[in-house]
Design a protein around this ligand. Structure first.
Ligand code: HAM
Length: 429
């Protein structure tokens, strides 16, 4: 193959025709479950004012500090390619006055997101997420239901042995006490932290718990745990979330150092993944989320509690391939229309229309003239019945049905064609 002059930008990928089936399958599985739970779909623009992310996700997070694609428009607006979906949904909730609707408002979304990360397995610069957000309800039953829906979607896709890691990171009342305790623990070990974390110590010490560097992870493993610093309200909330999960028999692991990479969370945070077996590569968490009770207010709305999660398509697909999950391709056509001669070609378009109206898939190679070439193509597609419309059949309003397995052929009247094909394909009605 010659070396192409232009390629996709680093960390970005084409979704080729053979990959589309994965996206369709995941989309359909998610949509089915979201519909059942009465979620409504929302699409927000790919570009947003950068400020909703710097304010919402946090100035000192990796996403905002290092990974956001930003641009200044000719009109001097400062925009960002959306790195995540929660802040845009919150912006929409405020902008369209969703507060006046019956609460909670339950929304779902699906689309491409952008982060300037170092491309590697499970990490792209353009990736696809689908997710849900429930706005306007503070009860812990919502946290549990949101988690249940995540399990539902992943189980619908055939995943087993899912591991949910969960933690509570408190709220504005109790977190400052924890931060203090964490600082007292980390300060004496400052010089052993990575340079990023030495900086985080000053601006956002909680982020250190999220650092992936080995030397930092070692230090963190002895750090005080936020769970011991939760105020009464946060403690009660977390306890109830766990009780709901127990009731639902959803397996979880308490991870006292799980904080997630976004600053808007309050109380419950969680991530879900599959522990890789030996020799399997780690693709990272499949989905993550939590409660974010202060984000609506932070972005200029009325104080509104909320909770949600987002899942990464690429990681799910990678695991589906790794685990050789059976993916059913979209119903392949079992019928092929071959034509010979100009009258037959003209009549073919009408026959295809009749199949479309009856919702029966049919393939063709209208631009090809040779019967052999058309039969070869039908063979490659694994077609069961080829319809042959020759010059004579076209004049006599007849058509040949050829069974590709047995090689048997019959000629029938065209007005009997659909009935005969339905009978052979066992299509009722
Ligand atoms: P997040 O953990 O940043 O959360 O992303 C959610 C999921 O998106 C991850 O678990 C992962 O599967 C996928 N993902 C993230 N970055 C990449 C990447 N560079 N390449 C491939 N996949 C990636 C959020 O975005 C929050 N908005 C989730 C949320 C919704 N919280 C509350 N509501």
């Amino acid at each position: 193959m010659e070396k192409p002059k232009f390629r996709t930008p680093s960390g970005m990928h084409d979704i080729l025709p053979q990959e589309q089936v994965f996206y369709q399958k995941i989309y359909q599985a998610a949509e089915k479950i979201f519909n059942f739970y009465n979620f409504e779909k929302i699409d927000t623009p790919i570009l947003e004012e950068a400020e909703i992310f710097s304010k919402g996700i946090g100035e000192s997070t990796d996403i905002v500090e290092k990974e956001m694609y930003t641009l200044r428009t000719k009109g001097r607006d400062f925009l960002a390619l959306r790195p995540e979906g929660t802040a845009p949904v919150v912006r929409a909730y405020i902008q369209h006055g969703f507060r006046t609707l019956s609460q909670p408002v339950k929304l779902w979304y699906f689309g491409p997101y952008f982060r300037y990360e170092r491309p590697q397995a499970g990490r792209s610069r353009q990736f696809w997420q689908f997710g849900i957000e429930v706005l306007g309800e503070k009860s812990p039953v919502i946290d549990a239901q949101v988690i249940l829906i995540l399990f539902d979607v992943l189980e619908e896709l055939g995943f087993e042995n899912l591991i949910l890691k969960i933690n509570s990171i408190g709220d504005e009342n109790c977190r400052p006490y924890y931060k203090k305790a964490l600082l007292s623990f980390l300060r004496p070990q400052r010089t052993s932290l990575c340079s990023d974390c030495q900086n985080r110590l000053k601006v956002n010490p909680l982020r250190i718990l999220d650092c992936k560097q080995e030397k930092c992870r070692e230090i963190i493993s002895g750090a005080p745990q936020i769970i011991n610093y939760l105020c009464e309200e946060c403690h009660r909330h977390f306890k109830e979330v766990l009780e709901f999960l127990d009731e639902l028999k959803l397996p979880y692991i308490l991870d006292p150092y799980l904080v997630r990479g976004l600053d808007y969370y309050t109380k419950t945070v969680f991530e879900i993944g599959i522990e890789p077996k030996e020799g399997e590569s780690q693709v990272g968490s499949l989905a993550g989320g939590g409660r974010y009770d202060k984000l609506v207010k932070l972005l200029g709305g009325v104080d509104t509690p909320a909770c949600g999660w987002a899942a990464g398509m690429e990681r799910i697909i990678e695991l589906m391939k790794l685990k050789k999950k059976k993916i059913f391709s979209p119903a392949c056509p079992q019928v092929f229309l071959a034509q010979i001669g100009s009258l037959a070609k003209r009549k073919s378009l009408k026959i295809l229309e009749e199949f479309r109206k009856e919702k029966i898939k049919i393939a063709e190679s209208l631009a090809k003239d040779s019967l052999n070439a058309q039969l070869n193509r039908a063979d490659r597609l694994g077609i069961k019945y080829v319809l042959i419309l020759g010059q004579r059949e076209a004049i006599e309003d007849k058509i040949i049905i050829r069974d590709m397995e047995s090689g048997q052929q019959v000629t029938i009247k065209q007005n009997k064609l659909l009935k005969e094909i339905k009978k052979r394909l066992r299509i009722k009605k």
